[in-house]
Design a protein around this ligand. Structure first.
Ligand code: DAH
Length: 346
C-alpha cells in the first residue's frame, strides 16, 4: 500500500493540464468520493495496527497534496484564460497607433476659429451641385469659360452644347454655398463655408483636380469695402502673425463688383524677395469683393437695402507655406510617413 501511495504522490506532483475538462478528470480521479484516495481510506481500515501510524500519515499527506495541487492547477487555468487574448478577434491590434489630424483639416480649423471669433457661423453645401448654384445665380454669363468641360466635371448635362441651370456637376468653388445661404436665410448674414472643390486640371506638384476652399459672406445694411478690408486685415494678422501687412489688387470675378485679390507680405523672406514669393515680397492668398447686386437679386435679397462682401481662399497653399510642403500631391496620398509628421499639431 505504501508503494501505491508513493506512486500516486509522484503522479500528483508531476500533473500538469491545459483545460477545464482535464482539471475535472483530475478531481474525479483523486478527490471525489469514488476516487483513488477515498478507496485507499476504505482499505486503510484493514491495515494492521503496527502499520497504521506510518500509512495513516502518508495517506493524509496524499490527500493534502492532491487538494493543494487541484487548487494550484485551477488558479493556473484561470490566469491562462484571462491572458490568452489571441482568440479575441474584437480586440484592437497592437501596438495602438494614435492618429493625427490631416494638415488640411488643421489649417481649415484654424481659419474657421478665427472667423468664429468675430461672429461668423459655418455653413456647408453639397459637393455635387447644379449649374444654377455654381454659376448662373453667381452672375456667370452663359458662355463663361469656367463652365467649360475643360474646367468643370459634369455629371449630367441637359443639352450637350449649351449650359443649363439644371446641369449636374461637381462644384468648382465653394461660392455655391453663398447662394444656398442667401436663398434660405435673411440678412444679416455672416457665414463661412469650408469645403472640397473639383476642377479638371492636370495633377502636378502645384495643381490638383481636388482641393479645398473656405468661402466667406457678410450681408447687412451699410456693409462697405472698408468693412471687407478691415475684416481681412484682422484675419491675416491672426493667421500669419501680428506684423502681417495686406494689399488689395483690383481683379475680376462675375459675382463681385468691385473685385480684388489680397496678398500678404511674404512670411518666408520677410518681404525681401525669395523663390516662394517669386521675388515680389508678396503672396496671393484670396479673392474678394462686394457682392454683385445681380447676385443679391438672384437670391431674392433687396440690393437697394442690403450690401455685402464675399471672399474665397484655398486651404492647400497656406498649408504648404506653413508646413513647407513642396508638393501638393502629398496631401492626397495618405502616406503614413507624411501624415505622422503632424502629430504634434491638433
Ligand atoms: N470662387 C473664387 C475662386 O474659386 C474665389 C472667390 C473670389 C470667392 C472672390 C469669393 C470672392 O467669394 O468674392 O477662385
Amino acid at each position: 500500500m505504501l508503494d501505491r501511495i508513493n506512486n500516486l504522490l509522484a503522479e500528483i506532483s508531476a500533473a500538469s493540464l491545459k483545460s477545464h475538462e482535464e482539471l475535472e478528470s483530475f478531481r474525479l480521479k483523486f478527490l471525489s468520493k469514488k476516487g483513488l484516495i477515498s478507496d485507499l481510506f476504505e482499505e486503510f481500515r484493514n491495515v494492521s495496527a503496527a502499520d497504521k501510524k506510518e500509512i495513516g500519515q502518508k495517506l493524509n499527506l496524499l490527500k493534502q497534496s492532491a487538494s493543494e495541487k487541484y487548487n494550484l492547477l485551477k488558479a493556473g487555468l484561470q490566469i491562462i484564460s484571462k491572458t490568452s487574448y489571441s482568440m479575441d478577434l474584437t480586440r484592437p491590434s497592437f501596438p495602438w497607433n494614435l492618429g493625427s489630424r490631416h494638415p488640411i483639416s488643421i489649417i481649415r480649423n484654424e481659419i474657421i476659429e478665427i472667423f468664429e471669433r468675430i461672429g461668423f457661423t459655418v455653413s456647408e453645401g453639397p459637393e455635387i451641385e447644379n449649374d444654377d448654384h455654381v454659376f448662373t445665380k453667381l452672375n456667370f454669363a452663359p458662355e463663361h469659360p469656367a463652365r467649360d468641360m475643360q474646367d468643370t466635371f459634369y455629371i449630367s448635362r441637359i443639352s450637350p452644347e449649351d449650359s443649363n441651370p439644371g446641369d449636374i456637376l461637381l462644384r468648382t468653388h465653394t461660392s455655391s454655398v453663398q447662394v444656398r445661404v442667401m436663398q434660405s436665410q435673411k440678412p444679416p448674414i455672416r457665414t463661412i463655408s469650408p469645403g472640397r472643390v473639383f476642377r479638371n486640371e492636370a495633377i502636378s506638384a502645384r495643381a490638383h483636380c481636388i482641393f479645398h476652399q473656405v468661402e466667406g459672406l457678410y450681408i447687412d445694411e451699410n456693409v462697405s469695402f472698408a468693412d471687407l478690408k478691415q475684416t481681412l486685415l484682422f484675419f491675416a494678422r491672426e493667421m500669419y502673425g501680428k506684423k502681417t501687412e495686406i494689399r488689395l489688387r483690383p481683379s475680376y470675378f462675375p459675382f463681385t463688383e468691385p473685385s480684388a485679390e489680397m496678398d500678404v507680405n511674404c512670411t518666408i523672406c520677410g518681404g525681401k524677395g525669395c523663390n516662394v514669393c517669386k521675388y515680389t515680397g508678396w503672396l496671393e492668398v484670396l479673392g474678394c469683393g462686394m457682392v454683385h447686386p445681380a447676385v443679391l437679386e438672384s437670391c431674392n435679397i433687396d440690393s437697394k437695402k442690403y450690401t455685402g462682401f464675399a471672399f474665397g481662399m484655398g486651404i492647400e497653399r497656406p498649408a504648404m507655406l506653413k508646413y513647407q510642403v513642396n508638393d501638393l500631391r502629398l496631401y492626397f496620398e495618405n502616406d503614413i510617413r507624411f501624415l505622422e509628421q503632424f502629430k504634434t499639431a491638433f
